[in-house]
Design a protein around this ligand. Structure first.
Ligand SMILES: [Zn+2]
Ligand SMILES: [Zn+2]
Ligand SMILES: [Zn+2]
Ligand SMILES: [Zn+2]
Length: 226
C-alpha cells in the first residue's frame, strides 16, 4: 500500500501537474507536440503569444502552432493519456483511503493500535470487539512514532556493533603486526647466532689446519736433519 501511494503521488507530481498553473490538470488539452496544459491556461497563454490570437507557442518546447480558427484552443484535442492517468490515480487514492476504515465497523476509521494483537483498530473494535477484550490500545500515530524511534534505536545499535567490530579488527591487526615484528627479531637473532657460530667453526678449522701444517713441517724438518 505504501508503494502504491508513493507511486501515485510521484505520478501526481510529475505527470498530472500543469506547468502554467502548477495545479492538477483541468480539462487537459494536447498540443501537436503532445505536451499537456489546462484548456484555460493555454487560452490565457495564447493571448500573450500573438495579438490576433492566431498562433500559440508550446510553453515547454517552444514549438509554434496555428490555433484552430473556429474553436480556438478548444479545437486542440483532449489529452486522453492525461485524463486516463488522472482516473487511475484517483481510483488508487480512493482504494487507499478505504483501507483506513475498519472492515468490521462501517464508517469507523482505524485510529488505534492494539498492542497485544499488533494491529490497527477502530474505536468500536477497542470498546466492543470481544477478541480485543483486556487488550491495551494506543493511538495509531503514537504507535508509528514509537516504531520509527525503535527503528532508529536499532540503527544506532547496529552502528555501535560496527564500531566495536572495527576496533576488534584494528586490535587483531596490531597483534599480528607485533607478532610479525617479533618473528623478524627472532629470525635476525638466529641469523646472528648462526654467523657467530660459523665464525667460531671457521676459526677452529683454521686453527686445526694450522696445527696440522706446523706438525707436518716439524716432521719434515726432523726427517731432514737425520
Ligand atoms: Zn493549468
Ligand atoms: Zn511542446
Ligand atoms: Zn472496528
Ligand atoms: Zn487486540
Amino acid at each position: 500500500m505504501a508503494e502504491a501511494s508513493s507511486l501515485t503521488s510521484t505520478i501526481d507530481r510529475h505527470f498530472l501537474e500543469c506547468v502554467i498553473c502548477s495545479d492538477t490538470f483541468n480539462d487537459p488539452r494536447a498540443l501537436p507536440c503532445m505536451h499537456p496544459f489546462c484548456c484555460e491556461c493555454l487560452e490565457r497563454w495564447a493571448k500573450s503569444c500573438s495579438d490576433d490570437n492566431s498562433i500559440v507557442s508550446c510553453p515547454l518546447c517552444k514549438k509554434i502552432y496555428r490555433i484552430p480558427e473556429e474553436e480556438g484552443i478548444k479545437g486542440f484535442p483532449v489529452h486522453f493519456l492525461v485524463t486516463n492517468l488522472q482516473d487511475t490515480v484517483y481510483r488508487a487514492k480512493q482504494e487507499k483511503s478505504s483501507a483506513d476504515y475498519c472492515e468490521n465497523h462501517e464508517g469507523k476509521k482505524r485510529e488505534y493500535f492494539c498492542e497485544n494483537c499488533g494491529c490497527a483498530a477502530c474505536s468500536d473494535c477497542c470498546a466492543l470487539d470481544p477478541s480485543h477484550r483486556g487488550h491495551s490500545f494506543i493511538r495509531l500515530k503514537q504507535a508509528s512514532e514509537r516504531l520509527s524511534s525503535s527503528l532508529e534505536n536499532i540503527a544506532r545499535r547496529v552502528g555501535n556493533i560496527e564500531d566495536k567490530y572495527t576496533t576488534a579488527i584494528q586490535q587483531t591487526q596490531q597483534v599480528k603486526q607485533n607478532l610479525d615484528q617479533d618473528t623478524d627479531t627472532k629470525i635476525q637473532a638466529i641469523d646472528e647466532a648462526r654467523n657467530e657460530h660459523m665464525q667460531q667453526v671457521d676459526n677452529l678449522v683454521r686453527a686445526y689446519k694450522h696445527n696440522a701444517y706446523s706438525k707436518k713441517e716439524q716432521n719434515v724438518k726432523t726427517i731432514g736433519t737425520d
